[in-house]
Design a protein around this ligand. Structure first.
Ligand SMILES: NC(=O)c1ccc[n+]([C@@H]2O[C@H](COP(=O)([O-])OP(=O)(O)OC[C@H]3O[C@@H](n4cnc5c(N)ncnc54)[C@H](OP(=O)(O)O)[C@@H]3O)[C@@H](O)[C@H]2O)c1
Length: 297
């Protein structure tokens, strides 16, 4: 029976897909392991370090995806793909700890740091593994496991590992693109703007709402419709066409009033000014000269 002869209700073709070992049981590991499992990949093992909470989390995740949980000192890796889902600063150390525990020839080792390159796994490359960095441009937090469909994944590394990454991302219905090693720092700084710093802007917005007599929970609820519409406009029309408000209209006096009140809210004025200057640089504005005079350049 050919690949295309799958009938509805048939189990996923696990045997045809590579088996995966996951190192770590945190936010990314949870989302990846469950998505891979759903896509028909066999997850052999979830490897944790030795602390009791770490072991507990690895066990819980292993149960969800039909894997076993082991600690690093007992890890025996048989899977063809080994995916490091540990904090960036732990990748090298984990790779070194695991270097002697398996025959790495023929294996593919991946990590998902956005900023670090595949060279973090050089120890395993020297032992015969093909290595790559494979980073999903998505946010994973406790209590939310977003689906990976349509998620862009940036990849760079050894040819064989890039090929394996391409197949995995295709099976997850993600969108693979290649990135140069020298671009990874700027790439990750871009990602930082899009989610963590956007969240920082939102918490600052809550602080400004408080000065208007609106509590955090109410502020969050009341902000959502305008936030969603702004994102929808941005997706449909692009940045310039989505830009509204006093800077777009050239309403200098309104901006002056904002600056006055924001001076009373720690940190808010400097963020406002930095973003308003970014608007003057990159978005359509009226009364530019007068706005530059009060905002600086
Ligand atoms: N979260 C995201 O939005 C996101 C997005 C894209 C890429 N990534 C990348 O994914 C990787 C993991 O990030 P994460 O957000 O999933 O982190 P996380 O939620 O903090 O999870 C990290 C996991 O690694 C374990 N760990 C921590 N220190 C370790 C060590 N020294 N040795 C072995 N295991 C250790 C943790 O165990 P304990 O917690 O039990 O100590 C936990 O299971 C990072 O490279 C990150 O850049 C994250």
């Amino acid at each position: 029976m050919g690949d295309s002869a799958m009938l509805p209700g048939m189990p996923p073709r696990r045997l045809k897909k590579r088996r995966v070992a996951i190192i770590g049981a945190g936010n990314l590991a949870g989302a990846l392991a469950t998505s891979l499992h759903k896509a028909g990949y066999g997850i052999d093992v979830i490897i944790s370090h030795g602390s009791p909470t770490s072991v507990q989390r690895a066990r819980r995740l292993a149960r969800e995806v039909g894997a076993v949980a082991v600690t690093i000192d007992r890890a025996e890796i048989r899977a063809e793909v080994v995916w490091f889902c540990v904090p960036d600063q732990s990748i090298v150390g984990m790779a070194q700890s695991l270097a002697q525990t398996a025959d790495w020839k023929g294996k593919v080792a991946l990590h998902s740091s956005g900023v670090l390159t595949s060279d973090e796994l050089a120890t395993l490359r020297r032992r015969g593994a093909a290595v790559a960095s494979l980073h999903p441009l998505m946010t994973f937090v406790r209590g939310s496991r977003p689906p990976l469909e349509e998620v862009p994944f940036a990849i760079e590394g050894d040819q064989k590992a890039v090929r394996a990454g391409r197949t995995i991302v295709r099976d997850l219905h993600g969108r693979l693109f290649t990135i140069r090693k020298r671009h990874k720092q700027a790439y990750h700084a871009w990602g930082m703007f899009v989610s963590p710093l956007l969240t920082a802007l939102l918490v600052t917005s809550e602080n400004v709402a408080a000065a208007a007599g609106v509590g955090r929970t109410a502020a969050r609820q009341r902000m959502l419709p305008i936030l969603k519409q702004t994102l929808a406009n941005y997706g449909k029309l692009g940045a310039a066409e989505s830009f509204s408000g006093p800077i777009a209209r050239g309403d200098v006096d309104t901006v002056r009033r904002h600056l006055k009140v924001l001076g009373e809210i720690p940190g808010a004025r400097e963020i406002y000014v930095a973003l308003a200057r970014a608007a003057l640089r990159g978005l359509p504005t009226k009364n530019r000269a007068a706005l530059e005079k009060i905002l600086g350049r």
